[in-house]
Ligand binder design. Sequence first.
Ligand code: NAI
Length: 289
Amino acid sequence: QDFAGRTAFVTGGANGVGLGIVRGLLNEGVKVAIADIRQDAIDKTLASLDNREVMGVQLDVASREGFKEAADKVEAEFGPVSLLFNNAGINLFQPIEESSYDDWDWVMGVNLGGVINGVMTFAPRMKERALSGEVKGGHITNTASMAAFIAGGSPGIYNTAKFAVRGLSYSLRHSMVDYGIGVSMVCPGLVKSYIYASDDIRPDNLKGDMKPVDTKAVERLAGLHEFGMEPDVIGERILDGIRENRANIFPHPDHKDEVAELFDEVLADYRDYPKDAGYDQRVAFEKMR
Ligand code: NAI
């Protein structure tokens, strides 16, 4: 994937992973739109970047209408988007059975709904432009997490959303390949960010049955994220993965063993049943054609 001269749309681009991506893209000569829910963070980031090739647009990725409006605004100013980064995300770590429907709606709405909205807004535009020859190629990158592979007891809703982002990304990768558009999923481990402060941006209408914010846990998470990867380092690794059109971008080598163990465990769940003579999936699919 070539970068220079393209326009990128980066959700959650005002901090953390997204900001690392933004800086990396600007270094490559890409025009970048930072789409973020926090206007103050957008303003601060734009001031720190001091670059005419970057613009900000306030957006709640959970809003379908908001996404379309933001996309139109950015394309009117910076031209057709051919690099999309569905990166905005929040966290909420608690077991599923202790969660409320508002917890589900909030986390799924942003972490999965935000990715869906980005794809539904931009993928048809990118495909059409590829078919007409107006813009060649392009890439869609969805930030998932190692939590798209490794499930734990407490990040129940987060795991659910990130596993779904994995499914969406793999499927979209198949359907976009014919148009020369790549799709990657990023699975970071720990990154320096303020994702621990997600409660600050939880919408009022989704605060029903919300547990009181556990300030001790937030403090612990803040401390933990201090040990995370630098945003600029992950930004560069993500661009490397896009250049190589990887389905999975794993910026943190530390987790490779865990993934190997997981797939070993999955394979170990296969029992040695004798093959059922009446069942042959390949024959069934052939007949369906
Ligand atoms: P962060 O909180 O530092 O940055 C995320 C940005 O997204 C913030 O600027 C925030 O204002 C914005 N945002 C949140 N909700 C939004 C919404 N509804 N609409 C638009 N913008 C919104 O967090 P971080 O860590 O950079 O997170 C980025 C992505 O990386 C997320 O998808 C997260 O799940 C993922 N991730 C982060 C890890 C970490 O250790 N920080 C580890 C694995 C995955």
